[in-house]
Structures are given as C-alpha cells and as structure tokens.
Design a protein around this ligand. Structure first.
Ligand code: NOJ
Length: 506
C-alpha cells in the first residue's frame, strides 16, 4: 500500500492520495474553545469585579447589535457540569477556555484574590480532569478589569507588570493541574479593534495611535508572563506557555511584485505586529510596515513614529518567548496594491497599510460579514508561518463557522467548513508542520461580542430564551465526534440519530 501511495504521489501529485485513509496522530489534541465573557454569565456573582465588557454593555447597550450582553450568556457559571458532559459526549481530548481576570482579582491587582473566583475555576478544571479532558487555559480573552482600563489599560507602560502579577496568581492557583497556558487571545482584536477602532471594548477609537501603543505593551506583557512561567513554574509544574494570534490569510490578488508586497504589508499590519517580535529571528516590529508607519507619521507632522519602537533589551527579552504558536484562523482575503482601496480614516492602521482587499463572490459566506471560506487558507497560513518563523510548534486554537440564530440543528455549511479545515490540517502535517492540536470554535453558541446573540458558532445550540440555557447538539457535533473517535475525516459519514451518548465511559 505504502509503495502504491508513494508512486501515486510521484506520478500524479498529492491530490491523488485517497484522503480518507489519512489519520490524525493518536496524540493530536482535538478540542473545542470558548471564552469567559462569552459563556460564563455570573457577571457580578460573589465578589467578581466589573470588566470592560460589563462596563461597556451596561453603559452603552446600543453598541451591541441586539443590545444583549454577557450578564448571563450561556450561564456556564452554573452549567459547568453540563459543559463537561458535552465534552465527554464529543470525546474531546482537550478544552480551551479562559479565566476572567476580574473574577480572580476583583480590583485588577493581586492584593485581593477572590476565593469564590478561584473556587469556580477549580471546580471546572477538576470536572474536566475527572474525565481525562486536558484543560488549555487562556489568561486573557478580552475582559480586562474596568479599574485597570480607568488607568489606561494596555496603553499604560506598567501594564506588563500588572499582567505578570495576575499571571502569577493564576499559575499558583491552577498550575498543578493546567499544563497548557495561552497568555493572550488575539492581540489584533484587543489592540486594533479595542484601541485603534471602536469595534470591541473599550471602544477607544484612538485610531492610528492607541493600537500601536497597545501592541507594544501587550507583547511585553506576554513576554513577562512567559518568562515568569519559564523561570518559576515550568520546572515544578511541567507545562508550556504560548500566545494565540489571529492569523487570517492575505494573499496577493495577482502575482505582480506590487501585489505580493501589498499582501506582505497587510500580513505585517494584521498579525506580524505581534508575531514578529516573538517568533522572528531579529525581533521587533515588522520592518517594512514599521517603516511605512514612521514615514506616514513624519509626513503627518508627528515628532515620532506613531508605532513605538522596542529597545534592544526589550527585543531580546521578547524574542523566542513562546513555547508554541497558537493560531486562530477563520477567513481569507485577496490583496492588491492598486485595486479595491477604500477611503480610510487618517491616521489609522488601515491607512498606514494603504492596500486594497477583495473577497471573491464564489467563496461561501457565513452569517458573519467578515467570514468566508477561502480555498485552503489554513494550509497556506500554517506553511507560511512554518517557513517564516523557523518551524515553531503550532496549535489551531480556534477555527469555526457562524450561522444565523434561525438556522437550527442541521448545519451542513459548518460541517463543510470543518471538514475542509481539517483536511488542510492533515495536509499541513504531511508537509512537516508541527501541528499538535485543533480547537473548534465553539463548543456552544455564545455571546458574539458586538454581534450579541445574532451569530451562532456552536457545535451545540444554546436556547437563550430559556433561563436554564439548555444545550442541544447540532449535526456538526456528531460529525466532529466521529472524526475525533476515528481520527479520520470520512466525507460520506451521516449521523443516523441526533441523540447524543457518552461512548467511551469517560
Ligand atoms: C475569535 C475570538 O477569539 C472569539 O472570541 C470569537 O467569538 C470568534 N473569533 C468568532 O468571531
């Protein structure tokens, strides 16, 4: 058989390999992902402090499409046992979730630790471990304590110290059982959308300035939490610590040099800002994009570049500070140097990049305006990053597809998306990418930030009208379960029932 396959690769190219025979390695971690504010509820339970999302949704409810909020969300604060039961039903190896900073440190600082907050996550983690499910914990998934925001949040140069102290409390509290740590989820969305625009809390809209300040202190804060773990906890706790960056795929519209360069600039502007300082050999912000920002800043009369530099010492401190590269991947765009260029606000990151983007009509469209299914985009991302950053270890820490609330349980579009993405993961593994796991977004429907409850990403549907927030598996849950169980993507598989069971006695 092997000989036949090799011959087939040589003579016909890889696409001729019968794909359903390819298997995910036994130690590949299949999981799902969620985030505290999106699922937990219990926004003021016990002594929890106010987060920037509590503050924003309570004071400016109209910024959310349906004026909903995460006060109760999927109520995982009370339903955590059901959550773990769903993980068992799916047969998950791992579950990625985040800790709410203001649930652990109600005032943001580590002088006061909430016993109730620590107890909640202890129960959640212990329930997973009881059934052999590996917890993967994100320290920060967008819900900063409002008291720290009042002091400038990520734009305050002291932010890295605050984050390090928070990280210390979390490692101390849960590190005996948690072995996979992610410092930040999606720096771009934190900095660009929250500081440089008004599309995420804290809706600062400090366009072209706040986003770059945030980027610098976020990267330094990540490095602090990484070194803290590495120096003080790794030897005794034996885990790993990395960061999750949203890496959508930006490909040149044509193969002209100008378009190729435009695509590279956009990649640097979108995620290179965060990946380059940590994963590149030279460190610091991405060169060509930083030059553009500096040049535009000078033309605009600023006495300095709007994108602050790292000192040599900082560069060295940050470089290499990650055990793995967590990739959140969803969508793709075609990039042009001359076409599809919009009128951007000046100054802004988009004006600094100054390139055009385009999505072909034939790419399938989800319920989210920004999310389409571009061909082989995960494969392109992973092979690009492997090459660019010297073969790091990867996890896909999020990947998923949205549908409208009315779409019900039969989600063939989500199944199509997941199967294509997972085929790409196998292609990447075949190409030598050190991909260790895949977390589907999301275990269940949840509060989709500015879109409120109007976009659903769950393998399980959640009924938000019912105070008990019952969860019901969608068809995609059965398909994902089958893939996890067999380690094979069988495109012809159709579940013969929509009733879930726990199969392996876990
Ligand atoms: C990535 C974010 O991390 C997550 O919070 C969000 O819900 C998904 N994208 C879908 O938009």
């Amino acid at each position: 058989m092997k000989v036949a396959l090799v011959l087939c690769v040589v003579l016909l190219g890889c696409s001729a390999i019968p794909k359903q025979e390819r298997r995910f390695p036994d130690d590949f971690l299949f999981g799902t992902a969620t985030a505290s504010y999106q699922i937990e509820g219990g926004w003021n339970a016990d002594d929890k402090g106010e987060s920037i999302w509590d503050y924003m949704t309570h004071n400016h409810p109209h910024v959310i499409k349906d004026s909903s909020n995460g006060d109760i969300a999927a109520d995982s604060y009370n339903n955590y046992k059901r959550d773990v039961e769903m993980m068992r039903e799916l047969g998950l190896d791992a579950y990625r979730f985040s800790v709410a900073w203001s649930r652990i440190l109600p005032d943001g600082f580590s002088n006061r630790v909430s016993e109730a907050g620590v107890a909640f996550y202890n129960k959640y983690i212990d329930e997973m471990l009881k059934y052999g499910i590996t917890p993967m914990v994100t320290l920060y998934h967008w819900d900063l304590p409002q008291k720290l925001q009042d002091l400038g949040g990520f734009a305050n140069p002291l932010f890295p110290e605050w984050f390090e102290e928070y990280a210390r409390v979390v490692y101390e509290s849960f590190g005996d059982r948690v072995k996979h740590w992610i410092t930040f989820n999606e720096p771009r969305e934190i900095c660009y959308e929250g500081y440089g625009a008004a599309t995420k809390a804290p809706i600062l809209n400090a366009t072209g300035i706040g986003n770059y300040l945030c980027a610098k202190y976020l990267v330094l804060a990540h490095a602090r939490a990484y070194h803290l773990y590495n120096n003080q906890y790794k030897a005794s706790q034996g885990g790993e610590c990395g960061i999750t960056i949203s890496v959508n795929w930006f490909e040149s519209l044509t193969d002209s040099e100008e378009d190729e360069f435009a695509a590279e600039i956009r990649r640097q502007a979108e995620w290179g800002q965060y990946a380059e300082p940590i994963f590149s050999a030279q460190g610091g912000f991405p060169k060509e994009f930083a030059e553009r920002v500096a040049q535009k800043s000078a033309e605009q009369g600023y006495p300095w570049s709007r994108m602050p530099d790292f000192t040599e010492e900082e560069k060295q401190y940050v470089r290499g500070a990650s055990d793995f590269f967590g990739v959140n991947h969803y969508t793709a765009y075609l990039i042009s140097a001359t076409e599809h260029i919009s009128q951007y606000v000046v100054p802004s990151l988009m004006d600094d990049a100054g390139v055009g983007s385009y999505v072909p009509e034939e790419w399938p469209q989800s319920a989210s305006s920004w999310l389409t299914q571009g061909p082989n985009s995960i494969l392109k991302v992973l092979t690009h990053l492997k090459e660019k950053y010297n073969d790091p270890k990867f996890y896909i820490t999020e990947n998923g597809w949205s549908s409208p609330p009315s779409s019900g349980l039969l989600d063939d579009d989500r199944i199509r998306y997941y199967r294509a993405a997972l085929e790409n993961c196998l292609d990447a593994i075949d190409a030598g990418v050190r991909l260790q796991g895949y977390m589907a977004w999301s275990l269940m429907d949840n509060f989709e930030w500015m879109e409120g409850l109007t976009e659903r990403f769950g393998l399980y549907q959640v009924d938000f009208e019912d105070p008990a927030r019952p969860r019901t598996p969608r068809k995609s849950a059965f398909v994902y379960k089958q893939i996890i169980k067999t380690r094979v993507i069988d495109h012809s598989y159709e579940p013969d029932t929509m009733t879930m069971t726990i199969d392996d006695g876990r």
